[in-house]
Design a protein. Structure first.
Length: 340
């Protein structure tokens, strides 16, 4: 059917459908917990349902024409079964509670997992419930036990950094006969933090800068060793390995030469080597490339166990290390300028 008409014929219909969907979604109140009732659960026959209706009409006309009592019996038996199936199908979603689990931060261009908790207060099992991002073709199906719960994971892929809204979700079922489709549309209110996409092949980390005080950060400990150490990396000279700490902790660590030399590693937006990155506005391609490079540098410095700081114009994050510092730096990169 689609091949019989040129694409020019279908494009206005597609635009109209998209506008109607946006108009309808804007009137769905966003919430992170949704109770499914008769007001937000919809039902329509499926293609097999329309075929069943046509078959029942044909059986009814034939039974009237030929006065077949068994034809009447078969027709009304099938019609009654379809009506009961419609009631069961609608009740499978009605009364169910959908609860959104807080999403974890992710990188732009990567899949973000969305956990949805389904709560069933009824004493009957709910079968064949599927969840998906609205408009996507990837469904996650589950059964919710009686007076129990189930968790379903769906995913979407954000393309931009910053605080991004979670797309609208849909839940549906066609249980038990497949002749009716019952569905709902859900707009979560939560948003997910999206980090910049790390540069695939970033240049080496910038050189260390002299400390403002001109003195090393590390201080001798009671054992005579310097506390400026990091995890051992392949290729480190043996003279940098702290053998006393390795013997006590059974783990190889090396001296951080930047600290022992009175240097600090600063990841500066102005030193990314990209033109006009520091003066670009949010959403500018040069700024986004610079943030992508800084993101790759933060990940590289964290993997190497280095102590590093971050400069984003007027915003400065003091040198530190660890997971909390890494998360703080990535959040600052994601929220710089409010996102693109």
């Amino acid at each position: 059917m689609a091949a019989a008409f040129p694409p020019v014929f279908w494009q206005p219909l597609a635009h109209l459908r998209a506008r109607l969907r946006r108009y309808w979604l804007e009137r769905v109140p966003p919430r992170d917990v949704l109770l499914l009732t008769q007001r937000n659960v919809y039902i329509l026959p499926t293609r097999p349902g329309f075929m069943l209706a046509a078959t029942l009409m044909l059986l009814l006309v034939a039974s009237i024409n030929y006065q077949l009592n068994l034809g009447y019996l078969l027709t009304f038996l099938l019609a009654g079964s379809a009506l009961v199936g419609m009631h069961i199908c609608h009740g499978t979603l009605r009364g169910l509670t959908l609860q959104l689990q807080p999403p974890e931060p992710a990188f732009a261009g990567a899949n973000v997992g969305i956990g949805v908790h389904l709560l069933n207060p009824r004493r009957q099992v709910r079968h064949g419930i599927g969840l998906s991002v609205l408009g996507a073709q990837h469904w996650a199906w589950t059964d919710v036990p009686a007076q129990g719960s189930a968790t379903v994971q769906v995913a979407f892929r954000p393309e931009r950094r910053g605080l991004q809204p979670i797309p609208a979700l849909t839940a549906e079922t066609r249980f038990p006969l497949g002749t009716f489709r019952v569905w709902t549309v859900w707009r979560p209110a939560a948003r997910v933090l999206v980090y910049p996409l790390p540069e695939a092949r970033p240049p080496p980390l910038p050189a260390g800068e002299p400390r403002a005080s001109g003195t090393p950060r590390s201080r001798p400990t009671s054992s005579g060793e310097q506390d400026g150490v990091r995890a051992y990396r392949r290729g480190d000279p043996l003279k940098l390995v702290v053998w006393k700490k390795a013997a006590k902790a059974d783990e190889l660590v090396s001296r951080d030469t930047l600290l022992t030399q009175g240097l600090e590693l600063w990841l500066d937006l102005a030193r990314t080597g990209l033109p006009a990155a520091a003066t670009s506005a949010a959403g500018d391609p040069s700024l986004e490339r610079a943030l992508s490079r800084l993101c790759a540098w933060v990940l590289a410095a964290d993997r190497q166990g280095l102590v590093y700081g971050l400069r984003l114009g007027a915003l400065q994050i003091a040198p530190a290390s660890g997971m909390a510092h890494r998360r703080h730096c990535l959040e600052s990169l994601a929220l710089l300028g409010g996102g693109p």
